[in-house]
Design a protein around this ligand. Structure first.
Ligand SMILES: NC(=O)c1ccc[n+]([C@@H]2O[C@H](COP(=O)([O-])OP(=O)(O)OC[C@H]3O[C@@H](n4cnc5c(N)ncnc54)[C@H](O)[C@@H]3O)[C@@H](O)[C@H]2O)c1
Length: 408
């Protein structure tokens, strides 16, 4: 199958490309490298050094004996999207190329608007180009579990049956997103659902949980590693906690830490995207998959990371700074996730084993963490309209001592 991955240079796009190539699929990618630039904008970098895309292609050629066709381009320009779809006519499109950081979208008005305009525009451009050049292709659109918020009832996979004042219907489950970024994904979902209906397109909207992990089995060479962000803006919570433990600074649990979300290991996220591609939606079908393995509270994640850190010889402590986000800190959380399992998905990685693997891989890059360690402290406050000042004044904090034994 020929698969177009938008955002192929990103944290999950790159491992997905390797995974698909290793299983005989043909991979075409597009990226404009905006994540690389924006991580620099907040004063950070990937803990794993990421080669240029040309070097990544060369490493794939050398190590896996495979080719990736690559377009450098912005999905915000319709002529670019048109050209790629008209030339490649892929069987499936995995759309990952969006601004994906909730804190980044909350910096100020400029960042909020850029996030929403870019994300909604890129999706609309893809939908129009699919209709024109690849009407039978299957779109796997990356959404987020964060679209649903934390309602006090179980969260179905996209739709639920409602009875109201004598009427009965199956309707989209209400969305209650928690950042401008998450709202951009809600708007995307509406657009993808509508386009599938009017143009008979095939679409799977993936409500993805938070990803954790640093490598997948295809990364047999350092040049094949994916990016690993650990700063407060771009690092996801598990990844950030491990970086903090290696740095010897407290693991920052925002507020009381009862916030509970769905999580999935990088390797299993990639596996489930492949399963979605290999079992396409029908023409005109818009289906929703809740893609996560287990729900964990932030306290549970911090305690697990800190326990493993201690076993490995690091001295990890947990701090509870005031929560910069506006969110419930204690709540129930009961999302359903059955569709992927029905298609054969099985979890392959546990939280603990992936945390250990991150420690093992990341400790080689401690110098890169130390060089940027001041960016792990929270500086973007949801209640402020303009956070540019606090980002600029974030004080460098000295890293803690290296581990006492074993792990160095
Ligand atoms: N990482 C997570 O935990 C997580 C969780 C839920 C959902 N998601 C979603 O998964 C997708 C991929 O996430 P990721 O962690 O790999 O993010 P990422 O930022 O590492 O990767 C996205 C890639 O898309 C590229 N890109 C962005 N806008 C573009 C544009 N307009 N044109 C061309 N390229 C563009 C970026 O340069 C980057 O390489 C995103 O849509 C994100 O919202 C991620």
């Amino acid at each position: 199958m020929k698969v177009l991955i938008t955002g192929i240079d990103g944290y999950s796009g790159w491992p997905l490309a390797l995974h698909l190539l290793a299983r005989g699929h043909e991979v075409v990618g597009i990226d404009n490298f905006v994540t690389r630039r924006r991580v620099r904008e907040v004063g950070s970098w990937s803990a794993t050094p990421i080669p240029s895309f040309a070097r990544r292609q060369a490493a794939v050629r050398e190590v896996l004996g495979k080719e990736i066709t690559f377009y450098r381009g912005d999905l915000g320009r319709y002529e670019v999207v048109e050209k790629v779809l008209a030339t490649e006519r892929p069987d499936a499109i995995v759309h990952l190329a969006e601004q994906r950081s909730a804190p980044y979208s909350m910096i100020d008005v400029r960042h909020a608007v850029a996030t929403q305009i870019e994300n909604v525009t890129s999706t609309l451009h893809l939908l129009y180009a699919m209709r024109a050049y690849a009407p039978d292709a299957h779109l796997v659109k990356m959404g987020t579990m964060g679209e649903y918020g934390t309602p006090k009832v179980p969260i179905p996979e996209g739709f639920f049956e409602v009875e109201y004042r004598g009427g009965k219907d199956t309707l989209p489950f209400p969305r209650q997103a928690g950042s401008w970024y998450h709202w951009s994904k809600v708007f995307d979902s509406g657009d993808v659902m509508f386009a599938s209906r009017i143009w008979n397109l095939r679409a799977t909207d993936v409500m993805q949980g938070v990803i954790y992990g640093i490598r997948t089995p295809e990364m047999t060479d350092r040049r094949l590693l994916t990016r690993f962000d650990f700063d407060e803006t771009w690092g996801t919570v598990v990844n950030r906690f491990i970086a903090q433990a290696i740095l010897g600074v407290p693991l920052t649990v925002y507020g009381r830490g009862g916030q509970t979300r769905g999580f999935i290991a990088l390797e299993d996220s990639v596996q489930s995207l492949r399963i979605a591609i290999e079992h396409p939606a029908r023409p005109g079908e818009y289906r929703v998959f809740n893609q996560f393995d287990a729900a964990y509270s932030v306290n549970h994640l911090a305690q697990t990371a800190s326990r493993i850190a201690t076993e490995l010889g690091y001295s990890a402590t947990i701090a509870h700074p005031p929560n910069p986000r506006v969110e419930a800190e204690e709540h129930g959380y009961e999302p359903v996730h059955e569709h992927l399992y029905e298609l054969g998905y099985r979890r392959t990685r546990t939280l603990e084993e992936v945390i250990r693997e991150i420690f093992t891989t990341l400790r080689r890059y401690r110098g890169r963490l130390v060089a940027k360690q001041h960016v792990v402290q929270p500086a973007i406050d949801w209640r402020q309209g303009d956070n540019r000042g606090s980002l600029g004044t974030r004080a460098p904090t000295p890293p803690g001592p290296p581990p006492s034994s074993g792990a160095a």
